[in-house]
Ligand binder design. Structure first.
Ligand code: BES
Ligand code: ZN
Ligand code: ZN
Length: 490
């Protein structure tokens, strides 16, 4: 699907579907045949430009386009970028239902920065047009692909058209990477296993990619990461992705991603109903990889190193067992309280290893705890950090991108929960309460001294069982847009 921009009168466009965006209390601003077509339905009590309301009418040959769709944005003062993205998802869904192949979309005249508005429109369209239908045979035959979406700007914006076009290019780059991220989350665990993830990383152009195999990890002493991966026929590995966008600067961020290509739970086996989606447990690593790829494609002037901690958590005669103790890269010993709390194990070796890159900041991204999803729901990730400046910046980027996060606390008392009788700490304490915080407190033990650190628990929003506006069901690619924005504005 192509997204382009033009100036002109939307009534004259020949696309299959004209999309108008109407605000509440707005009188019909359209004139001529278009004005006549929408006059009555716009006054309908059901519509009135209310948020989430829409109607579509056939043009019956009165205009070159086949149909007109009017989407309500609600009260002018309450319109934000998220509403625009969501309106674009309505446009894509309705276009598909009426089998429209081309859309011309009114560029709304609202009080918003033109770049940000374009970004929201392009993202809303591109992200909503995604589907993972590789394994569908029947539906695919009938599928109508939308070919073009044209943003139509009023002639008075002819000077801004260049800005709009450049922004569309940028947004398309971002969304293509989100789509690639979704694709590898949705793909079989029999295809996306650690070595294959490494292969995909190595194929990414313009980035330095190094892979530490099992032997190398043994040499380095990644005792926790190896313990998790040992039970699978697919060996664990660490994929290091380096992007030096600002060689003159010493400022460096390490992104650590949880890359469990399948989480059965291990000997603490997950029951039916909790395991089926667990190919998504590498969403953190996928997010890290495609965030860095996006930064490189956009040429963002930052130095970022990605550590994707890859392993499969399986049951076999070699698997690690509850009650075992292992020693981490940091030297700390860890008792295995639960083999299903494997994410914090693979992450903590990489977090400790980050010190070799002399970073100022470490951010880890992980589908870490069911507790976080229970606490915050499916649409919000948990953010944990002691750094108020990092929290504020992440929060600002979250509000702008719609990748929603919420800060959760880490108080010292909670450290009690991860005390162990046999080792320095345990990966799973006795208490069920505050599971997401316990996991964060565990990770904190491995953060190199003097380095800022933030942890994003994306267990809720990484994978959805039903679509949510521009996020499809299954893998969402959560975090890519959030982190790209984080570095863009850092
Ligand atoms: N991968 C899961 C967390 C998860 C749950 C991700 C739901 C996405 C959706 C993680 O490895 C896990 O199983 N965590 C346990 C920890 C517990 C054993 C301390 C959990 O959350 O139950
Ligand atoms: Zn688990
Ligand atoms: Zn897991």
């Amino acid at each position: 699907m192509k997204i382009i921009a033009k100036t002109g009168n939307i009534a004259n466009t020949k696309e299959d579907l004209i999309v108008l965006l109407s605000t509440e209390f707005k009188k019909n601003p359209y004139t001529g045949a278009l004005g006549n077509l929408v006059e009555q339905p716009m006054k309908d009590a059901e519509f009135l430009g209310h948020d989430k309301k829409s109607f579509s009418v056939h043009t019956l040959g009165k205009l070159p386009a086949k149909r007109v769709l009017v989407i309500g944005l609600g009260a002018t003062k309450k319109i934000d970028l998220e509403k625009i993205r969501r309106a674009m998802s309505t446009a894509i869904n309705i276009a598909k239902s009426v089998k429209a192949k081309s859309l011309s979309i009114e560029f709304p005249e609202i009080d918003s920065d033109i770049k940000e508005l374009t970004c929201a429109m392009a993202e809303g369209l591109a992200l909503s047009n995604y589907s993972f239908d590789k394994y569908k045979t029947e539906e695919k035959k009938e599928k109508i692909n939308i070919e073009t979406c044209t943003l139509i700007l009023n002639n008075k914006f002819s000077r801004e058209i260049g800005i709009v076009k450049d922004q569309i290019k940028e947004s398309v780059i971002v969304c293509n990477n989100v789509a690639s991220c979704r694709d590898i989350i949705n793909e079989n665990a029999s295809i996306i296993y650690p070595d294959n993830f490494a292969k995909i990383a190595k194929k990414l152009s313009g980035l330095k990619v190094t892979v530490f195999d099992e032997k190398k990890l043994e040499k380095l002493g990644f005792g926790l990461h190896l313990a998790v991966g040992v039970g699978s026929k697919f060996p664990p590995c660490l994929v290091i992705i380096e992007y030096n966008g600002n060689p003159k600067s010493k400022d460096r961020t390490v992104l650590v991603g949880k890359g469990i290509t399948y989480d059965t739970g291990g000997y603490n086996l997950k029951p039916t109903g909790y395991m089926e989606t667990m190919r998504c447990d590498m969403s953190g690593a996928a997010c890290v990889m495609y965030t860095i790829k996006t930064l490189q494609e956009l040429g963002i002037k930052q130095n970022v190193i990605g550590l994707c901690a890859m392993a499969e958590n399986c049951v076999s005669d070699r698997s690690y067992k509850p009650g075992d103790t292992f020693v981490s890269y940091s030297g700390k010993s860890v008792e295995i309280g639960n083999t299903d709390a494997e994410g914090r194990l693979v992450l903590s070796d990489s977090i400790a290893y980050s010190k070799n890159f002399n970073p100022n900041l470490i951010i880890d991204v992980a589908t870490l705890t069911g507790a976080c999803a229970v606490g915050l729901g499916n649409y919000i990730a948990g953010m944990f950090t002691d750094e108020d400046d990092v929290a504020l910046h992440l929060m600002t980027c979250s509000k702008k991108t719609g990748d929603r996060i919420w800060r959760l606390p880490m108080y010292e008392e909670q450290k009690e929960e991860i005390k162990s009788d046999i080792a320095d700490i345990t990966n799973s304490g006795k208490s069920r309460y505050g599971g997401a915080i316990q996991a964060a407190m565990f990770l904190k033990e491995f953060v190199p001294k003097g380095v800022k650190w933030a942890h994003l628990d994306i267990a809720g929003p990484a994978y959805l069982d039903k679509p949510n506006h521009y996020n499809p069901k299954m893998g969402t690619g959560f975090g890519v847009r959030l982190l790209v924005e984080f570095f863009r504005k850092k």
